[in-house]
Design a binder for this molecule. Structure first.
Ligand SMILES: Cc1cc2nc3c(=O)[nH]c(=O)nc-3n(C[C@H](O)[C@H](O)[C@H](O)COP(=O)(O)OP(=O)(O)OC[C@H]3O[C@@H](n4cnc5c(N)ncnc54)[C@H](O)[C@@H]3O)c2cc1C
Length: 510
C-alpha cells in the first residue's frame, strides 16, 4: 500500500498530525498498535464504570479548541468546565479564582508562619506571570488560522495594552531552566511547605510551569463521555477525510533507501510505502529498534541512551457503592497532599505513605460515567519504574502483585482522610504501575510526558525560540512529534509539534 505519509502512533500528537494531513488532501496512514487510538488519552470501561487511564482533563491552552474547530468537530464534543481543587489533610480549596487561591495560601501561611514572606514572594511571581497569561486566554493560537492583514491590525491595540506584561512574561522564561523545587527552596524556609506546594509536579518541573499553574488549572475542560471521546472523534475525522487508521498494528521497522524513508514494516508482515514518516511514539524505540542498525552515529546514540525519561504514574481505579451526591467532598478533580512531610524521594520505600495524589471523579463531570447510585474514583501518583525496588517485577509475578497491592493499601489509607465515609464502600479496585503504562503505550519507563524534565538529563531541545526545529531527526523526511520531541512536554507540545510536522510534510509534498 502506498501513502504520502505514515504516522506511527495514534496518541493525541499522531492523531492531530494525521488529521491535518488528511484534511489537506494527503494520503495518510495512521498506525496504532493498541485496539483503540488514544495513547495517554485513553479510557476504559469496567462493570459499567468509565475510567480515564491517562490524562484526567485537558487544558485548552489556546490550542486544543481552535484545532478541533479547524477540523469541524468541536460541536461533536461536549466539553464541560473541569474545576481543579488543592487539597491538604482533610480540606479542599478551589483554584478557580484568585480569592480561593489566596485562601489556600493564607491557610498554608497560618500553618507555616515562618515561611509567610516566602509565600508572598511566590504569590507575587505567580501573579506577574499569570496576569500576562490571563491576557492571552481567549485568544486562539495563531497556528490554525490564516494571519491576515485584519488579524494583524486587530493585534496592535492588544500589544499596546499588554506590551509591558509581555516583556515581564519573556523575562520569566528564564525559569524554564530552574526546577520549581529549587525556586521554592530559595524562598521558603520550611521543607515541609516546599514539599506541599511542589507535590503535584513531576520531579524537575521547571519553575515556569509551577508558577503558571493557576492559569493552566483554570483552563481545564472535560469532554462528556470521557477523555477517549477526543481521540475517537479525531480518528473518525481522519477516516472521513480519506485517511487510513490501522489499529492493532505495530510498526516494527522503518525502511530506508539511501538514508531516506521509503516505508514501514508492521507486525503482521505488511509493508506500507511512503516517503515521509512521522514518529508520534517513543523516540528511544524509534532510534534503537525501528531504524536499521548503524543508521545513526555513536555519539548520537550514546547521548540518546544516556538521557532519562520523565516520571510515570501509579494508579488506583475504584468502584464505590455510594452515589456521587453522598461523597464527603463533592469535587471532581483534586490535587491532594495527605500530610506535611519532608521531601521523600521516589525510590524511598516510604514514599507512598505520604505522597500526594491526583483524585479524579469522572461521574461528577458526567453522571453517565458510573452506574446509577455508584461512583468511580481514580487516584494517580507520580512515580518511576525504579521505585519500590523495581516493583519486584524482576523477582517474580507474585512479588510484583504483592508490591502493587501493598502500595495501593498505603495510597487508599491516605485517600480516606478526606473521604472517611468511603472506607467500607469500595466494591473493587484495579491497580496500575509504571510497567502497566509502558505495556499500554510502549513509552520507555512508562513515561507520561516523554523526556526527563531536568535539563541535564534530557535529550531534545528545550529552547522555546527554536521549537520549530524540535521535530527534526537526523534522517531527512523522518520527523518526531509529541511528547518525545521537546522538553518539557505535555499536551500543548504535542499539539504544536503535530502541526509543525504536518505543515512541513504538506509543503514538501506540494
Ligand atoms: C495520568 C496522566 C496525566 C497527565 N496529565 C497531563 C496534564 O494535566 N497536562 C498535560 O499537558 N499533559 C498531561 N499528561 C501528558 C499527556 O497526556 C501526554 O504527554 C500526551 O498525551 C502524549 O501524547 P503523544 O501522542 O505524544 O504520545 P502517546 O499518548 O504516548 O501516544 C503514542 C501512541 O503510539 C502508539 N505506539 C507506540 N509505538 C508504536 C508502534 N511501533 N507502532 C504503532 N503504534 C505505536 C502507542 O500505543 C500510543 O497509542 C498526562 C499523562 C498521563 C498518563
Amino acid at each position: 500500500m502506498k501513502f504520502d505519509c505514515i504516522v506511527i502512533g495514534a496518541g493525541i500528537a499522531g492523531l492531530s498530525c494525521a488529521a491535518f494531513l488528511s484534511k489537506a488532501g494527503k494520503k495518510v496512514a495512521l498506525v496504532e498498535r493498541a485496539e483503540k487510538p488514544g495513547g495517554c488519552f485513553s479510557s476504559f470501561q469496567y462493570r459499567g464504570y468509565h475510567f480515564d487511564s491517562g490524562i484526567k482533563a485537558v487544558e485548552n491552552a489556546g490550542l486544543l479548541f481552535p484545532m478541533l474547530e479547524n477540523f469541524g468537530i468541536m460541536d461533536k464534543l461536549d466539553f464541560v468546565k473541569n474545576r481543579v481543587y488543592a487539597g491538604f489533610e482533610d480540606k479542599v480549596f478551589s483554584m478557580e479564582s484568585d480569592e480561593s487561591l489566596l485562601a489556600y495560601f493564607d491557610f498554608l501561611g497560618e500553618r507555616f508562619p515562618e515561611s509567610r514572606s516566602g509565600i508572598e514572594d511566590l504569590l507575587k511571581e505567580m501573579e506577574e506571570l499569570n496576569s500576562f497569561m490571563g491576557s492571552l486566554s481567549g485568544m486562539s493560537g495563531p497556528l490554525y488560522g490564516k494571519t491576515t492583514f485584519l488579524t494583524k491590525l486587530k493585534s496592535i491595540p492588544w500589544f499596546f495594552k499588554n506590551g509591558k506584561k509581555l516583556l515581564g512574561f519573556l523575562k520569566k522564561l528564564k525559569y524554564n531552566n530552574v526546577p520549581f523545587r529549587d525556586f521554592l527552596r530559595a524562598r521558603i524556609l520550611d521543607d515541609e511547605l516546599v514539599s506541599i506546594i511542589d507535590e503535584p509536579f513531576f520531579d524537575g518541573t521547571p519553575a515556569f510551569f509551577g508558577l503558571a499553574y493557576p492559569t493552566v488549572f483554570r483552563d481545564y475542560f472535560y469532554p462528556k463521555g470521557g477523555i477517549e471521546r477526543i481521540p475517537l472523534e479525531i480518528a473518525e475525522f481522519v477516516r472521513n477525510t480519506g485517511g487510513t487508521v490501522l489499529t492493532n498494528t505495530e510498526v516494527t521497522k522503518i525502511l530506508l533507501e539511501r538514508n531516506l524513508p521509503v516505508g514501514v514494516v508492521t507486525d503482521n508482515g505488511d509493508e506500507l510505502k511512503a516517503s515521509f514518516i512521522v514518529n508520534a511514539a517513543d523516540a528511544k524505540r524509534l532510534y534503537n529498534r525501528l531504524l536499521p542498525e548503524n543508521t545513526l552515529d555513536k555519539d548520537f546514540m550514546q547521548r540518546l541512551n544516556r538521557a532519562q525519561v520523565s516520571d510515570s504514574v501509579f494508579s488506583v481505579f475504584m468502584g464505590v457503592d455510594t452515589p456521587p451526591e453522598n461523597l464527603d467532598k463533592h469535587v471532581e478533580h483534586v490535587i491532594y497532599v495527605p500530610v506535611a512531610a519532608k521531601y521523600c524521594d521516589y525510590e524511598s520505600p516510604d514514599y507512598f505513605k505520604t505522597a500526594g495524589m491526583e483524585i479524579s471523579i469522572p461521574c461528577l463531570r458526567d453522571p453517565s460515567l458510573a452506574p446509577e447510585g455508584k461512583t468511580g474514583i481514580i487516584l494517580n501518583l507520580n512515580t518511576t519504574q525504579k521505585a519500590m525496588n523495581g516493583w519486584g517485577k524482576g523477582i517474580s509475578v507474585e512479588e510484583y502483585e504483592r508490591t502493587k497491592e501493598e502500595v495501593a493499601d498505603d495510597v487508599m489509607a491516605n485517600f480516606f482522610r478526606p473521604y472517611p465515609s468511603l472506607r467500607e464502600k469500595v466494591e473493587f479496585r484495579i491497580v496500575a504501575t509504571p510497567f502497566t503504562m509502558e505495556e499500554k503505550t510502549l513509552n520507555s519507563g512508562g513515561s507520561i510526558t516523554g523526556w526527563n524534565y531536568h535539563p541535564s538529563e534530557t535529550f531534545p531541545l528545550r529552547d522555546f525560540m527554536k521549537m520549530k526545529k524540535s521535530i527534526n531527526t537526523p534522517v531527512k523526511n523522518l520527523f518526531q512529534v509529541g511528547q518525545w520531541s521537546f522538553d518539557p512536554a505535555g499536551l500543548p507540545v504535542c499539539l504544536i509539534t503535530a502541526k509543525l510536522a504536518a505543515d512541513r510534510v504538506e509543503k514538501a509534498l506540494g
